[in-house]
Design a protein around this ligand. Structure first.
Ligand code: CP3
Length: 376
């Protein structure tokens, strides 16, 4: 028998079921803005991969934000770039720089050599998932074993991984990857198909290990032209979603797809097979809900920079996001789904006390919203 969840608000909101408050978690909730994260990173030889590949450290760091804030979900501590690293591209994180690949994929020979990696090379990720699930178990007031919150597993989208694989790191203009896309679409499509197969297998292995929801980060889908987005990003995300295991032990495994800058393609994203569409701060949640709220739940979408304002402003802006979505109960008695999040990852300079103010405001205001009569 699986251990019951103490707080299942996140999973319920993903599935558009009734919840007592709007659940929230934060993209990059475990990370450098937390002094305890920096301390563990120090112990791991001051290296991101040192942390991510060590099961005990990855577990410790995943739980750190939950010790500080009453967040409604945990997210596996890892990175989207573990998959191309396992393909043999040689990932490193230089001091104070972003990620680098020693062997970027830039020509026909490199594309031909690309293969779905042996999942054993990603064993450390699946071991971390299993270890985090165990670490989330606690006892309730009656002394029964319960899991505090669900654990989210994740991957990059085929397109977002391809950006790093071709560019060899971050990019400001995506010149190399877009050159390949326009000049040699056949090569780009081969990379994307290998990535889609790899990501599908990787996410299913996370479910086998214990992930209770899955998120696909399409961080750079929004840099594509209309038309190119559908062909080179969304189409491959859809293939991944179609290949995922969606149920385990009788429990649905919700899938979240987040395309940063994808608001213009909301209708198409809502049809990609995901249960939840993540949105950045350029989108009005009420309008998005009116357009697709009966098909998918929505996740987002506070501008992460709001967290640099004083706590009372943080609270006010959080209320504005909740009010934009509106009370989730509908006039017909059904429920629409909102998972509160930032519109992108939390910035490393964010003051942790401001995150406390955010979590408090989201929980208290969303409880109040549920007491007001439904407007829709
Ligand atoms: O959300 C979480 O708390 C889980 C952990 C997580 C990390 N990366 C840890 C990390 C997740 C979900 C990611 C996803 C990720 N990684 C994305 C998609 C989300 C997004 O932000 O768009 C992308 C594009 C990456 C690639 C990546 N990893 C970059 C560009 C960088 C360096 C830039 C930066 O923000 O530091 C990383 C490193 C990284 N991944 C860090 C963390 C906590 C910082 C590493 C450190 O401690 O030095």
């Amino acid at each position: 028998m699986p251990i019951p969840l103490q707080n299942d608000c996140f999973l319920r909101a993903c599935l558009r079921q009734r919840t007592p408050h709007t659940p929230l978690w934060l993209m990059r909730q475990a990370g450098r803005y937390l002094p305890e994260y920096r301390a563990t990173r120090e112990k791991a030889g001051n290296s991101f991969m040192g942390l991510a590949t060590n099961v005990a450290y990855a577990t410790e760091v995943t739980l750190q934000p939950l010790e500080r804030f009453p967040l409604d979900a945990a997210i596996l501590f890892s990175d989207i770039l573990t998959v191309p690293d396992a393909m043999g591209l040689g990932l490193s994180f230089g001091a104070g720089e972003g990620p680098r690949f020693a062997h970027p994929v830039r020509d026909e020979a490199a594309v031909a050599a690309l293969q779905v990696p042996d999942l054993n090379r990603l064993r450390y990720v699946f071991d971390a998932v299993a270890s985090i699930r165990r670490a989330l178990v606690t006892r309730d007031a009656q002394g029964r074993e319960v899991a505090r919150v669900p654990l989210i597993g994740f991957s990059g989208s085929p397109w977002t991984l391809a950006c790093y694989m071709v560019e060899g790191g971050g990019s400001s203009d995506y010149r190399l990857v877009k050159s390949m896309l326009y000049a040699r679409p056949d090569l780009m499509q081969r990379i994307l198909q290998v990535n889609a197969d790899a990501v599908t297998a990787y996410l299913n292995a996370q479910v086998d290990a214990g992930a209770q929801a899955l998120m696909i980060f399409d961080s750079w889908g929004g840099v594509l032209a209309d038309g190119a987005f559908q062909r080179f990003s969304l189409d491959y995300t859809r293939r991944v979603v179609a290949g995922l295991q969606r149920e385990k032990n009788g429990q649905r495994i919700p899938v979240i797809v987040f395309t940063k800058g994808g608001g213009l393609w909301l209708q198409e994203l809502a049809g990609c097979g995901a249960d939840v569409v993540g949105l950045d701060w350029t989108v009005h949640l009420g309008r998005a809900r009116a357009a697709v709220g009966e098909r998918v739940a929505l996740q987002g979408n506070l501008d992460p920079m709001v967290l640099f304002a004083p706590p009372e402003v943080v609270a006010r802006e959080a209320v504005a996001v909740l009010d934009a979505f509106g009370p989730p109960q509908r006039a017909d008695g059904g429920w629409d789904g909102h998972v509160f999040n930032l519109g992108h990852g939390i910035n490393q300079h964010t003051p942790p006390e401001h995150v406390s103010a955010l979590v408090e405001a989201v929980h208290s205001h969303s409880r109040r919203q549920r007491q007001a009569p439904a407007k829709r």
